[in-house]
Design a protein around this ligand. Structure first.
Ligand code: PMP
Ligand code: GLU
Length: 390
């Protein structure tokens, strides 16, 4: 067998995740004693709250270590329904699937919806995994370029111009990774009306819902009427809001037929998400919002600090992020492609960040502010000095 035919065509089309690769490279360098500032991390730097950990320990001690129902334990699905009510979304527990992280939920949703040849609209810049998942499903990603002038948001007119006979799904991510942009209710209403009239599904990735700044409020597109509700898969999870990235709990709410399809897929792939993590998730969703709010407050301070520093760096332009914990920086004035910028910055100034090419913009880099203020200060000092020498 020739080497090229050993691996499936499906997998040959995909790339490994640059966000994960760079984050682990930065962590490795740090563990080897290198004084690296990690602006690459896509995870909160806060510890998971103790009450959540204790619930997990209790689950282990009491022997809650066996298979659970594929789609999650009833008490967790019930709590997720309560949580969705805060987004004005009314799902029954039977409409919820808990999976091993929101990434898994998104993958499941795509596998359940996309057939070979179906087109999936992805506003660009995009989170690295969306196009790769579409490829695995043998669908075709259709990118719509959004611009800094429009805060990297897709308008209904732009969407309309890209809808064709094979369009099946629109992927929306608000607040956005990597741009931090947040859709307003009126903008979502326009997009929803168009999706309803063209019968296009919406995958709404709301994982950064609780990390929003300047008093903005999150709106779930599925809450904007019965017709769009019937076309929407709402994805969320605990990784970002409770600093639980390693626990791998994500979930979605969707119309019954889609949930049934996803449940079958999960039956034959991963079965239930980790029983212990599910108990921890019950503790998390039962907690007051104090932890999440204080984390969001801390992120806002960091965002303000970084924005202030970036303003004085002539070679970088940026749009103020309104959510998530990233600043997407236009580096076109340096004339360096994003991967060269990132690798030189790491080598020459020991600052790790993610090149924008992975998000569909080679003239940008992503700075994550999921690290403490003293690190941020040091990292910004280094970038400022390094960029002067270019
Ligand atoms: N969506 C976006 C936009 C993300 O940035 C992430 C972070 N990895 C995820 C989904 C997946 O989160 P997780 O699988 O850790 O729940
Ligand atoms: N979502 C985070 C990021 O963009 C974590 C890594 C990943 O899963 O892509 O960095």
């Amino acid at each position: 067998m020739r080497i090229e035919t050993r691996v499936s065509e499906r997998v040959k089309k995909i790339h490994s995740s640059s966000t994960l690769a760079i984050t682990s490279k930065a962590k490795k360098l740090k563990s080897e004693g290198k004084d690296v500032i990690n602006f690459a991390a896509g995870e909160p730097d806060f510890d998971t709250p103790l009450a959540i950990k204790e619930q997990a320990i209790e689950a282990i001690k009491s022997g809650f270590t066996k298979y659970t129902p594929t789609t999650g334990i009833p008490e967790l699905r019930q709590l997720i329904c309560e949580k969705f009510k805060t987004n004005s979304l009314s799902y029954e527990p039977s409409q919820i699937v808990v999976s091993s992280g929101a990434k898994h939920s998104i993958f499941n949703a795509m596998l359940a919806l996309i057939d070979k040849g179906d087109e999936v609209i992805i506003p660009s810049p995009f989170w690295v995994s969306y196009p790769e998942m579409v490829h695995v499903c043998e669908g075709t990603p259709r990118f719509i370029k959004t611009t800094a002038e429009n805060n990297f948001k897709l308008s209904a007119q732009e969407l309309q111009a890209h809808i064709g006979p094979h369009t099946k799904l629109l992927v929306l991510n608000s607040p956005s990774n990597p741009t931090g942009s947040v859709y307003r209710k009126e903008e979502l209403q326009e997009l929803a009306a168009l999706c309803v009239s063209k019968k296009i599904f919406v995958l709404s990735d709301e994982i950064y819902e609780h990390l929003m700044y300047d008093g903005l409020r999150h709106v779930s597109i599925g809450s904007l009427g019965k017709e769009i509700y019937n076309l929407t898969i709402t994805v969320n999870g605990l990784s970002k809001s409770f600093s639980m990235t390693g626990w791998r709990i994500g979930y979605l709410g969707a119309p019954a037929d889609i949930v049934e399809a996803i449940s079958k897929l999960q039956d034959h792939s991963t079965s239930n998400p980790c029983s212990i993590s599910q108990k921890a998730a019950v503790a998390a969703l039962g907690m007051s919002d104090e932890f999440t709010k204080s984390m969001a407050g801390e992120f806002q301070k960091r965002r303000d600090y970084i924005a202030n520093r970036l303003q004085s760096i002539k070679k970088i332009k940026f749009v103020m992020p309104q959510g998530a914990f990233y600043v997407f920086c236009d580096i076109s004035r340096t004339r360096l492609p994003s991967d060269v910028f990132a690798s030189r910055l790491l080598q020459e100034a020991l600052v790790a960040l993610v090149p924008g090419g992975s998000f569909g913009r080679d003239d940008y880099v992503r700075i994550s502010f999921a690290t403490g203020l003293t690190h941020i200060e040091k990292g910004m000092d280094r970038i400022e000095e390094w960029i002067k020498l270019l």
